[in-house]
Design a protein around this ligand. Structure first.
Ligand code: FAD
Ligand code: SF4
Ligand code: SF4
Ligand code: SF4
Length: 443
């Protein structure tokens, strides 16, 4: 049975990213994702006809990203490189609506482009995600600007974005979609299965992607500020609320908020709670999307870094600027090198590729991509050793027994997380980590 293969090869091996592609292509409604049970799909066996589409669409085991991106680049006559994809032009921008700019994840360019596409009637609907009343991210295929506006900001839990595919197959419409790289790959796989999806997609707004965390990371984050979550009357508001770069925010039943600053919650959530797949996923730059949007943390400004990869991305960005929706300027070379487009390659691409290589050598579940082996072969030995040790440390601290113990001791969990997240930098000052005070914001 196809789903059995998906279950054994992807889900049970920890390679599912919760993209919802399998749910989207299952026209027999045999698959669902209920976030309260986890981010992976559940099967209703009596409905399954063993058509095999869930397995075909799934990006979980990896995908030939370079071949796929090269094919796309050929169509527009662009040059592709495996590190940062096709780069037609790079920009820094923000929404001219001050409210959107302040409340968005970075500068609100993504929300503004989606609203512009709806307003100019270039799309019938857009696919976005907002946090629902059950505290989990919900997916909306919507033409309502209010829903788009409410969906701003990044959701760092798995989002079954591709579940919307089912609605499009049943009722094709022109759409734009926001996607992480694995979701984008799942979409491209789905286009091969249902070619009419290609005509539906007007613009794919890719997000740079470091990782996502399991939903229960919120319980751990809340415990470090003395809050029980989930609990009656407590709502999770978002991961990036308030002043830039933002706070994880919970609202209590009396209407007051409790916040945890971005970097201390990342310390816990990234090393201890991100998906197994994310640690070995090198695909951070979203090279298959029409454009990629990211933070530009340096200088801590509210701006979105935008890399246009396809002519349609450049065209729509220029139109939205001309319509006065977005303020935009070209990214300088220094901004490109010091900001997200380059730092994510250094911080994510290389380490993940090596960690994946280690897993492969140890015959553990790993991802199959088509990066040239030269990439990892050329790494300096010191680099290989440092990241091999990291794999061992992570395997130890993410072990269920150790993690359960850490969860009962939030202060120690924060120290360990801080050490692991800042590894290998943390090796230089190990003692400092014993005196780490997470109530003092630090980068
Ligand atoms: C999981 C994740 C990891 C990220 N990691 C990095 C990183 O390491 N470095 C970096 O520079 N940038 C990263 N980003 C991108 C960054 O956080 C911003 O989303 C991006 O800069 C756009 O900002 P904005 O203000 O233009 O977006 P906004 O105007 O706030 O709009 C954000 C849009 O993204 C959509 N969205 C939110 N979460 C998801 C999701 N999980 N899946 C699909 N769509 C979603 C929302 O529906 C909304 O429409 C990440 C984003 C996500 C979702
Ligand atoms: S019906 Fe097809 S897509 Fe749905 S679960 Fe079964 S094999 Fe997968
Ligand atoms: S298609 Fe997506 S949600 Fe479904 S099993 Fe594969 S990775 Fe998981
Ligand atoms: S790190 Fe990779 S697997 Fe994880 S959400 Fe991002 S693109 Fe998907």
């Amino acid at each position: 049975m196809s789903f059995d293969t998906l279950d054994s090869e992807v889900i049970k091996k920890g390679l599912c990213c919760g993209c919802g592609g399998c749910v989207g292509v299952c026209l027999h409604d045999a698959l669902t994702i209920d976030p309260s049970l986890g981010h992976t799909p559940q099967l209703e066996p009596s409905r399954c006809v063993d058509c095999g589409l869930c397995l075909k669409v799934c990006p979980g085991r990896g995908y030939p990203v370079n071949a796929m991106a090269e094919e796309q680049a050929k169509a527009s006559g662009d040059k592709y490189n495996p590190l940062d994809g096709v780069v037609r032009s790079c920009h820094m921008g923000y929404s001219t609506n001050p409210q959107t700019r302040v409340l968005a994840a970075s500068g609100g360019v993504t929300t503004e482009l989606l609203l512009y596409l709806l307003e100019s009637k270039q799309v019938d609907a857009v696919a976005v995600t907002a946090i629902g009343s059950n505290n989990f991210p919900e997916v909306h295929l919507t033409s309502d600007p209010e829903v788009v506006y409410e969906s701003k900001r990044s959701k760092y839990g798995p989002v079954p974005m591709l579940s919307i595919i089912k609605q499009l197959i049943r009722e094709p419409r022109k759409i734009a979609i926001t996607v992480c790289p694995c979701q984008m790959a799942g979409w491209r796989n789905a286009e091969k299965i249902f070619p009419k999806l290609k005509d539906c997609l007007v613009l794919s707004l890719g997000l740079y992607c470091g990782q996502v965390q399991t939903y229960d990371s919120l319980t751990a984050i809340a415990s470090t500020i003395g809050l029980k979550f989930p609990s009656e009357g407590t709502r999770f508001i978002g991961w990036r609320c308030g002043e830039y770069p933002g706070y994880a925010r919970f609202q209590l039943s009396d209407g007051t908020y409790m916040d945890k600053y971005l970097y201390p919650w990342l310390d816990i959530a990234v090393p201890l709670f991100n998906l197994e797949r994310c640690y070995i996923c090198p695909e951070a730059s979203n090279v298959l999307a029409d454009m990629t949007m990211g933070d530009y943390h340096k200088g801590r400004k509210r701006e979105t870094a935008v890399v246009c990869r396809a002519p349609v991305g450049e065209k729509i960005l220029a139109e939205a600027v001309a319509a006065g929706k977005i303020e935009c300027r070209r990214m300088s070379d220094e901004e490109y090198t010091c900001g997200t487009p380059t730092t994510i390659v250094i911080a994510k691409f290389f380490p993940s590729l090596w960690r994946n290589e280690v897993k492969k050598k140890l015959r553990q579940p790993h991802l199959k991509y088509d990066y040239n082996e030269e990439f990892t072969r050329k790494y300096p030995l010191k680099y290989k050793m440092v990241f091999t040790v990291q794999c061992v440390l992570l395997a130890f601290f993410r072990n269920t027994t150790v993690k359960t113990w850490l969860r009962k001791h939030p202060r120690i969990m924060e120290m360990v997380g801080h050490f692991l997240y800042r590894y290998p930098g943390s090796l230089k000052h190990p003692i400092k980590f014993l005196f780490y005070n997470p109530s003092k914001p630090s980068r």
